[in-house]
Design a protein around this ligand. Structure first.
Ligand code: NDP
Length: 323
């Protein structure tokens, strides 16, 4: 499509509420730039905005990350010029053009394409926050990772392994298990039943130091039961639905457990933190520690199909929408 367009929602619901609409991109105001987007990343959070699990105001354009080339700069912007390649986390990126604050735009390093950036920025910064900010992971520790070959998992597993952790992964199929092993998981549990028992068997009864759990409703109890005394339950997602309330007494019963429900945005509120995370992320990409694994690409105009795919649990790696 050559006309500027975006995906708009006027109500919550299934993928069919994602409508393709023409629009006139907003001119950049002071301190802003307009980007001609080459790619927008698809994230599970986009489906939560669509279904209403995370409430939004209508009309709403989904999308939390994008990448492309600067088309126009607003007054007072000195560090970016038309043609510069950038990526960013911002709301409303399911569009051919995006206008937003220049100070939140991250210049793309040489050798990293806009599609790669859209594939790794949000998910990779999430992996960074989990491994370095929420609780710095130590070499020699053992961790449990759910959905190891999903968008975040594909980056979390090799990064954790490169830090010297032993990674026990849980996934649904043998094909995904093979991929998890290739990413650096030393043990893989297939199927969601009896996970804690299997983890205890793999760790001589001790349990893991940290459980990184993005699956949520169906996995929380298994994660808690997989921990060592004073282990950490890092519940960071709801792919199977939100986690049922957990009373403090449950943490005592498990042996002084620690529970946290981190969100990436807490760790990148100021531009320095964002730059620090992005710098570590791009270094890890350049060194080959992690890879931009684009498992699926969809035209942006087919965002509804992309939502169906990620919700079916059949995608691997990242999904990128191309305007
Ligand atoms: P994924 O690519 O990991 O997809 C979800 C995976 O979860 C599936 O592939 C599947 O993996 C597993 N799964 C288990 N049960 C279900 C189910 N009922 N429906 C769908 N999937 C299921 O997604 P993302 O990496 O993009 O995101 C994972 C989660 O992390 C989401 O809830 C997301 O919102 C959250 N997240 C949180 C962030 C934060 O800041 N806290 C930031 C980024 C993401 P398998 O077959 O291997 O079990």
């Amino acid at each position: 499509m050559t006309q500027p367009y975006r995906i708009q929602m006027h109500e919550t619901g299934g993928p069919d509420v994602l409508k393709v609409e023409d629009f006139i991109p907003r001119k950049p105001g002071p301190g802003e730039v307009t980007v001609r987007q080459s790619a927008a990343g698809l994230n599970f959070i986009d489906t939560y905005h669509r279904t209403g699990l995370y409430p939004v105001r209508f009309p709403f354009t989904p999308g939390q990350e994008g990448a492309g080339a600067v088309q126009e700069v607003g007054e007072g912007v000195t560090h970016l010029k038309p043609g510069d390649r950038v990526c960013y986390l911002a709301s409303g990126t399911y569009a051919s053009h995006f206008t937003g604050p220049a100070e939140r735009m991250i210049p793309l390093p040489e050798g990293i394409t806009p599609q790669d950036a859209a594939a790794v920025l949000l998910k990779g910064l999430t992996a960074w926050a989990l491994l370095f900010e929420v609780r710095p992971l130590q070499a020699g520790e053992t961790i449990l990772v759910w959905a190891p070959v999903g968008g975040v998992g594909t980056l979390l597993v090799p990064w954790a392994a490169s830090l010297g952790a032993r990674v026990i992964a849980v996934t649904s199929t043998e094909a995904k298990a093979e991929k998890a092993r290739a990413l650096g998981a030393s043990d893989v549990i297939i199927g969601y039943e009896g996970v804690a028992e299997k983890v205890k068997a793999l760790t001589d009864g001790r349990g893991v130091d940290v459980a990184y759990d993005s699956v949520g409703r169906i996995s929380a109890e298994e994660s808690l039961n997989s921990l060592r005394t004073a282990g950490w339950f890092v519940t960071y997602g709801n792919a199977s639905g939100p986690v049922a309330p957990i009373p403090p007494g449950r943490l005592a019963q498990g042996g002084s457990l620690v529970m946290t429900r981190p969100t990436l945005f807490s760790f990148i509120q100021d531009t320095d933190s964002l730059a620090r995370g992005a710098s570590l992320l791009f270094s890890a990409l350049k060194s080959g520690t992690i890879k931009a694994d684009i498992g699926q690409r969809f035209p942006l105009s087919e965002a509804a199909k992309a939502h169906e795919a990620i919700e079916s649990g059949t995608t691997t790696g990242a999904t990128v929408l191309v305007p």
